[in-house]
Design a protein around this ligand. Sequence first.
Ligand SMILES: Cc1cc2nc3c(=O)[nH]c(=O)nc-3n(C[C@H](O)[C@H](O)[C@H](O)COP(=O)(O)OP(=O)(O)OC[C@H]3O[C@@H](n4cnc5c(N)ncnc54)[C@H](O)[C@@H]3O)c2cc1C
Length: 383
Amino acid sequence: MSHYYYLIVGSGLFGATFAHLATKKGKKCLVIDKREHLGGNVYCEQIEGINVHKYGAHIFHTSNKEIWDFVNSIVEFNRYTNCPIANYKGKLYNLPFNMNTFYQMWGVHTPEEAKAKIETQKAEVLATLQGKEPQNLEEQALSLVGKDIFEYLIKEYTEKQWGRSCKDLPAFIIKRLPLRFTYDNNYFNDRYQGIPIGGYNKLTEGLLNGIECHTGIDFFNGNLDKNNPTPLCECWRDIASTLVYTGPLDQYFNYSLGRLDWRTVSFKTRIEETPNYQGNAVVNYTSHEQPFTRVIEHKHFEMFGQEVYDCPKTVISEEYSTEYHEGMEPYYPVNDHRNNTLADAYRQLAQQEPNVIFGGRLAQYRYFDMAPIIEEVMNITEM
Ligand SMILES: Cc1cc2nc3c(=O)[nH]c(=O)nc-3n(C[C@H](O)[C@H](O)[C@H](O)COP(=O)(O)OP(=O)(O)OC[C@H]3O[C@@H](n4cnc5c(N)ncnc54)[C@H](O)[C@@H]3O)c2cc1C
């Protein structure tokens, strides 16, 4: 088997960007992924002509012009702007909290009126706290935004996300709750945002164009040579000089120090026989009346105006916050004491591994948005 400079385990945004930039520098790369497709969590499945974000809705956003120019050099991005809506017991509110939200909630028209309303409600909370620090998430959120915003838009949504009462959640989870006193529904403050035209698979395909990739190969129990029973994790040094590993950190060390916990989300996806189900890509359900937290209507990420109606059906996904069990998709690291300490111990082991780069969200046990992942790869491959 020919010798590669890099064996890259995982074809998500980290692995694919790494392979792209290293290949440009003349380094021969081999990419493997245990899934049957490339692209990691940004992979989209085509259903009824619509790109369905199979592992959760992904919106690219950055203020870094270099990153934006880079991704647009691979595939042009569209003008999608994330403007989520909250549905609380059938009444709709714009997000993030802004003058539209305050008008919908209280009928106020000016920033002064909105600020006065919020200050009055905050004062009521502070009076009940009698100088004490907020003891839990409920007290913390109430002291930052007052009773109405908390009750309609935060309380039950947060309880669904965490599966616990806001009174039983620690205050530090919410440090700030930004309030915007302008009529601006654009969720991100970043300078650039959008979705690749034609979908995220175009980004993956562009990054991996001309690079040898194999799907359905697990680093821990697979080998490209079907006649070789030794898994790649034991013999990769025979075929490559350096390993770029983007799988789970604890799995690399065979869970020798214990298992890291994750939080996950499960999706119920279905086709609706209408061209336009909810009129927006993202609707948050902020009351306990619905068991799901959000409904995503995928076509609105990429179809605008008449295009929505030219595609006769639509695909929606309900999102449910779910307790993580082995075998589920690991989505978000758990930032508590046990997991932070354990991850640090694994990171120390990782530093001692010769010729192995641990990259991406799983191998670093850190949440990263897509743009910071690309930035990190650019920094590594420039060295
Ligand atoms: C629900 C959700 C929503 C998100 N939404 C956004 C958003 O709107 N905007 C944004 O900027 N970011 C978002 N992100 C973050 C984004 O998903 C990550 O930044 C990005 O996917 C990280 O890429 P990665 O390559 O590190 O990981 P991944 O995409 O997870 O890729 C890792 C790859 O490694 C493969 N692999 C693992 N183990 C092995 C093995 N043993 N052998 C072979 N292959 C293996 C996996 O199959 C996978 O393909 C979201 C994340 C989640 C979880």
